[in-house]
Design a protein around this ligand. Structure first.
Ligand code: NAP
Length: 242
């Protein structure tokens, strides 16, 4: 049966899921936070911008007569996920959560897991002098006091505050292991800093090949309850709701 679905997006998986849901006959609106000025457009409708907290999201679910809410946001987008759980509880609209799995270390990896960006920034000096930072432009401020060369990659130019000795590469993935390896060689990188976002692990494979250590920022905790790890699992869970 056709359902009206609000899909909280902003990830590759959310875009793929939107395609599957539309092909399955559902009416899908993907919601984007609006952080990227030229986002890749998913199938179905798109709305852009915050809802105004839990109450705003509850009102949106009611006004748009949404049947199912799906949270397919980034593993580090913890606020919108908390809001989705609360709004689902308050409105009775069922919530499905899609999270791609995190990464696991392999033989040859030297990973240092940290609980936060602040902890990562505090440990940079101990582990390297030329850092490749792939945490995203919104997180650059956490590294403002890092006193070494920083190569940062983001889709759009970062603002301030930012590290003093900063070089920015503007690029949007997917990246290959070879291009990542070359980038790290070109900039004589000796430390990779990344969030445990999951998905393509080309930079991690390149770091392994070059024996570069990795500072890996752990994910925020997920809310209790079932979580799907692929768009196909969400589709199956949606069919079980009918
Ligand atoms: P966040 O801290 O969890 O959310 C902050 C606020 O942004 C939310 O309270 C909500 O505002 C609004 N928001 C977030 N995602 C939204 C969505 N999909 N649709 C409408 N409003 C949304 O999230 P964030 O870390 O800023 O990330 C924002 C978006 O970028 C997410 O959709 C996420 O999937 C994507 N993204 C995040 C990262 C990351 O590392 N954090 C990386 C890649 C992509 P209101 O309270 O006003 O509703």
């Amino acid at each position: 049966m056709t359902k009206r679905i609000l899909l909280l997006g902003g990830t590759t998986e959310a875009r793929r899921l939107a395609g599957l849901l539309v092909a399955d006959g559902h009416r899908v609106t993907t919601s984007l936070a609006g952080r990227t000025s030229e986002p890749l457009r998913p199938a179905g409708d798109v709305r852009i911008g915050g809802f105004g907290g839990v109450d705003g999201l509850v009102a949106h679910l009611r006004d748009e007569r949404i049947d199912v809410l799906i949270d397919a946001t980034h593993p580090f987008a913890a606020t919108i996920t908390r809001n989705a759980v609360a709004a689902s509880g308050a409105s009775g609209v069922p919530l499905l959560i899609l999270r791609r799995p995190g990464w696991t270390a392999r033989p040859g990896d030297e990973w240092h897991r940290v609980a936060s960006l602040a902890e990562a920034a505090a440990r940079v000096a101990e582990l390297g002098r030329r850092v490749f930072l792939t945490t995203g432009r919104q997180e650059l401020g956490a590294f403002a006091d890092v006193d070494c060369f920083v190569l940062a990659r983001s889709v759009e130019p970062p603002g301030t505050p930012a590290p003093r000795d900063l070089t920015v590469v503007l690029d949007r993935g997917p990246f290959t292991v070879e291009s990542e390896r070359q980038l790290m060689l070109d900039h004589r990188i000796d430390l990779l800093v990344t969030k445990d976002s999951g998905g393509s692990d080309a930079k991690l494979a390149a770091a392994r090949a070059l024996a570069i250590p990795v500072l890996m920022v752990d994910r925020p905790a997920l809310p209790a309850g079932p979580v799907s790890s692929t768009p196909e699992e969400i589709l199956a869970a949606l069919r079980r709701l009918s």
